[in-house]
Structure formats: C-alpha cells, structure tokens
Design a binder for this molecule. Structure first.
Ligand code: SF4
Length: 377
C-alpha cells in the first residue's frame, strides 16, 4: 500500500567537449499518507526531533507538509545555501536535510562535526548528475587561464575543483566583480543561468552545458498565450529557465528573489516559472494574491517534470521519520572525504566573505535588482 511510485527521469549529460548525451535514472516518489497516518507521522517526527537533538531544514520545493513541519519545529524552509548556513549555526547536532543530495553535502561541508542525514540518498539533481567531477576537471584543465565559478547545485567534488561557488542570488555580483578584475570565467553547470549572467555582465565566459530538467521545460509560446489571458499578471522567472522565457519576465531571480517580488509587486496575479513546490510559500505569504504555474507543455503535449522536481518529490513524512528513528546506525548519513570537504569549503567561504564585504548579509542580491528592473523586466 505504501510502495513508492517509480518514475523514469531523463537528463542531459554533457562532456568536457560539449558533446551531450541523454541519460536515464529512476526516482521513487512516495505515496501520500492518508489523513490519519499523516497526523501520526507528524506527531512522531516532532517527538523524534526533540529526542534526537535534531533539526529539520527543508527546501522550498519539497512537499508542503515538510515545509510546515520544519517551521513548526524550529527548523527552516529556504534555498540550499541558507539551509546549510542555518544548520551550521543551529545548536542541534543532527541535521535532517529535506531536499536533494547536494544540499546534504553542502550542509556537511559547512558542519563537518555534525551528523547530516537526508531522507533519500538517491534524491539527485540533473545539474549535479550532468556534471561529473572527473569530466569537469578535464574541462577545467583545458582552460587553465580561467577562474572557475560553479553553481551551488554541484557535488562536493566539483566544488573542490572551483575557485568560487555562487548561488543564483549572488552570481551576478560575483561575476561582475571578477570581470572588473579582468578575469575570464569558466562557468558550470547550468547553461541557462550562465547565459543569463553573461548577458547581464558581459563577462568572458565558457560554459558547461548542463540544465535543470524542471526549468528547462518552460515554454515561450504558451507563456505568451497565458499572459494574454491574464493581462494584469506579473511574470516571475527563475534564471535556470531558457532565455526566451526569461525575456518575458517582469522579475528574474532566485527563489528568495521570487518570494520578494511577489510581496513587493502590487499585482493581483502572478505567473511563476519555477518548481511548483514554491507555490506553497508564495500562497502562504500572499493569501490575497493568485499564483499560476507557467506552462511546461503546449496544448495536448506532455511534460517530463511538469514543473515539479522528481528528486525533491522523493522526500516525504515517512522517510523523514525513518532517518530519525535510525539515527546512529549510519542510515542515509552524508560522508565526504575530508580532503575534498576542506577544499570544497574554500569557494563557499570566498562567496560568504564576498557577501559580507559587499554588505549582503544574506546573499540575495538579485532581490534588490528585481525591482530596479535588472534583467529583462
Ligand atoms: S529543480 Fe532542477 S536544479 Fe533543483 S534539484 Fe531539481 S533538477 Fe536540480
């Protein structure tokens, strides 16, 4: 009765020579618990978090139950970097990271002394899967004159090969800063975000050609048609989306920037091009506004991700409870080779130091840029 639903997920796997192949993996999405089981699971998780001195941190894209539970128990719902920073600064010795695997790794990189658990070890990311460390390292070797800047959605091993790590919320500022220093950039892994940054900064960038399977699917013609049906709606777009979709946006930015734009724009309706897990927080924070999912497929066409990440969907109440009940057994615990962890921390620390010096207490600089119309607003 509780068997997870297995779905095939295709993703693009570029090589160092920019030859792209399509690979397939499986994602096991848990069945929804019924109302009685749901309440029981929530009560048990609350008790386990206290008993095990643990805190739950969740990404905006996971199931609403996990987002609400994280907040109700003193945890956090946020983007990947804030999740890792919150876990580092929290007194709990065990962190349960509801998101995807690289988020667990980021938490471990910043908190090596803590136990970091993930509900599902196979919860992956097409950007991470599509940028294997060995291939990426060859790509870097081919461009020794370039500063290596990688996105947060990468493995610890790829971060360990980088000079800088950035999130979508501070990428523009850091690349503009490097350009001003006369640096040429090697960017990985998301090609759409990389192209967006290149357009905005004019930096000299070579790019790994990865893509997010969710954001890559948003469709321009259908979005234009939806805008006509909702002429008062503002369009909010994550920059992992294709350039033609970004060009239709009123605001472009990270998850935190999208939340801010939804609060700040005085509009009754919004069309949102990012994972539909975001709708929960958008609707919670803006109960009198209407949020509509941007289209991922045309009339009678099919979609692959249908605007929801299959790996984020692998997180559920049952596997969160399971990791808590098995604390101390090694079940779903993140381990990173210490040499890789220490090296991977350098590009993260560099970004955090930059954010602090630039007066960005939280690296969410696109937030301020959204309303200034930076990006194709
Ligand atoms: S939504 Fe895209 S970028 Fe985020 S975890 Fe899923 S595949 Fe990766």
């Amino acid at each position: 009765m509780n068997a997870p639903h297995r779905i095939a997920v295709e993703y693009e796997k570029p090589s160092s020579f920019n030859v792209c192949s399509t690979e397939q993996v499986w994602a096991s999405v848990p069945e929804e618990p019924n109302a009685i089981e749901r309440e029981e699971l929530i009560a048990k998780i609350k008790a386990q978090l206290i008993e095990k001195n643990a805190v739950l941190v969740a990404h905006y894209y996971v199931h609403p139950d996990l987002q609400d539970l994280a907040e109700a128990t003193g945890g956090l719902v946020s983007d990947s970097l804030e999740m890792a920073r919150f876990g580092r600064d929290h007194s709990a010795q065990t962190l349960v990271v509801a998101g995807v695997r690289f988020m667990g790794e980021s938490a471990k990189i910043l908190s090596p002394e803590k136990r970091v658990l993930v509900p599902e070890m196979d919860a992956n990311c097409s950007l991470d899967l599509g940028c294997p460390a060995e291939e990426f390292s060859k790509f870097c070797d081919e461009h020794p004159d370039r500063t290596v800047v990688v996105y947060a959605n990468t493995s610890a091993a790829v971060k360990a090969r980088a000079d800088w790590m950035v999130t979508s919320s501070i990428a523009l500022k850091i690349v503009a800063h490097l350009k001003a220093q006369g640096k040429k950039i090697l960017w990985a892994p998301d090609r759409h975000l990389g192209n967006y940054i290149q357009r905005e900064t004019g930096a000299d960038m070579v790019m790994w050609q990865g893509a997010c399977i969710v954001h890559d699917e948003f469709k321009t013609i259908e979005l234009e048609a939806l805008k006509k049906q909702h002429p008062l709606a503002k369009v909010l777009v994550h920059p992992e989306s294709p350039a033609a979709v970004v060009a239709l946006a009123d605001a472009v930015g990270s998850t935190s920037a999208i939340l801010k734009a939804a609060r700040d724009f005085d509009a009754p309706e919004f069309i949102v091009a990012t994972d539909n897990g975001m709708m929960h927080k958008l609707r919670q924070q803006n109960p009198h506004k209407t949020f509509i999912e941007a289209p991922t497929a045309g009339n009678s066409a099919t979609c692959k991700s249908c605007a929801h990440c299959p790996w984020m969907a692998m997180n559920g109440l049952r596997n969160v409870l399971e990791v808590l009940e098995k604390v101390g057994t090694g079940h779903n615990e993140i381990h990173i080779d210490e040499a890789i962890r220490a090296r991977a921390k350098l590009p993260i620390d560099r970004m955090l130091d930059f954010a602090q010096q630039a007066g960005v207490t939280q690296p969410s600089s696109i937030d301020s840029q959204v309303n200034k119309g930076i990006g194709p607003a």
